[in-house]
Design a binder for this molecule. Structure first.
Ligand code: TRP
Length: 329
């Protein structure tokens, strides 16, 4: 053990990432939490995923928003002023379409992007404020629940209506039970008449789904394996990323794409600061993420049980993706 790493040991061993490794990689089947993807390299890889030819999701949703933004804003505003909140805004690349429509609707708009990444929010603020002077950006660095609470507690927009954007099918990265909890949490911070714009990726041809999560250029594979690189760096582990294979699977029963990292041979991996030796059998996997695929019935069930009423929905011609506008009861 090197002398320089010694003083860091207690901090490492009790860190959130250490807890993930201790809990997730010592159970069977092995799992890791998706938040581990999004370090700096991972966030950049994710941006690259959204531009891949196989990854129709972002492009399709953007087309839907481009076509219907004015209608969405008018329906959500109901003749009043609208402020726009976005959950997991990131760098907010799709939001411009709706902000544009809001500016056309009412002249100016306040936009509250909520994200755990401060750097992504600053990038969004800088870009939007230079491109769209009519938009005031009020970033909220927090998770969804805390961010919604802060926005609600501020109480600035009482005279107007709020529209919460939850797009990109991010809801699909939660289990059905957790997805319902998230939507209930959002609803709890809204007033009747405020709305939610929810974007979900729909069930479709399995080959097409698999390709979207296992692209030819290997960007998604790199994104998935980046969790091992991160664990090596932050926990001084010795994963060899070349001895793991990226795998996308369709789980029909749960209607979800699963991402796994498959050990190509029997191997041991050491995480020395945690005094941990992990054993992998050949073909054993680490389950790193789920991406649920939806039907109208599923989404409507979720919205209803969370306290929303569907107002209107929009899809692309092939019905690959759907955007739902729902009003808080
Ligand atoms: N929520 C989107 C989806 O599930 C984006 C996403 C999250 C994603 N994690 C991912 C895309 C991992 C590819 C790989 O499609």
């Amino acid at each position: 053990m090197s002398a320089i790493s010694l003083p860091r040991l207690p901090a490492i061993a009790s860190s959130a990432i250490a807890m993930e490794v201790l809990n997730g990689l010592t159970e069977c089947p092995k799992t890791l939490s998706p938040w581990l993807f999004y370090d700096q390299a991972g966030s950049r890889l994710f941006e690259a995923i959204t531009e891949l030819p196989e990854y129709y999701v972002t492009r399709t949703e953007r087309q839907i928003l481009a076509k219907h933004a004015a209608e969405i804003v008018a329906a959500a505003a109901g003749g009043r002023d609208l402020s726009i909140i976005e959950l997991g805004a990131g760098t907010a690349t799709k939001t411009g379409l709706l902000l544009d429509a809001a500016v056309a609707h009412q002249g100016t708009v306040i936009y509250y992007p909520i994200d755990v990444s401060e750097t992504a929010l600053e990038e969004a603020r800088t870009r939007l404020e230079s491109e769209m002077p009519e938009v005031t950006v009020e970033p909220i660095v927090a998770d969804y629940t805390e961010g919604m609470r802060q926005n609600n507690a501020a109480g600035i927009d009482r005279a107007g209506r709020r529209l919460v954007l939850y797009i990109g099918s991010s809801i699909g990265n939660f289990s059905p039970a957790d997805a319902l909890e998230v939507l209930r949490g959002v609803r709890a911070q809204l007033s009747p008449g405020d709305s939610l714009l929810l974007g979900t990726d729909m069930v479709k041809d399995t080959e097409m789904l698999l390709a979207a999560y296992d692209d030819a250029a290997g960007v998604t594979a790199k994104f998935n394996k980046n969790v091992l690189v991160r664990i090596n760096r932050e926990l001084d582990a010795n994963f060899n990323p070349y001895l793991f294979r990226h795998q996308a699977r369709w789980n029909e029963q749960h209607s979800r794409i699963e991402m796994h990292l498959e050990s190509v041979l029997a191997q041991k991996v050491a995480v020395r600061p945690l005094d941990l030796e992990l054993r992998f059998s050949r073909g054993e996997t680490i389950h790193t993420e789920n991406s649920y695929k939806f039907t109208d019935e599923r989404v409507l069930g979720l919205l209803t049980r969370a306290g929303f009423k569907l107002r209107q929905q929009w899809s692309d011609d092939q019905q690959w993706f759907t955007v739902y506008l729902a009003v808080a009861n």
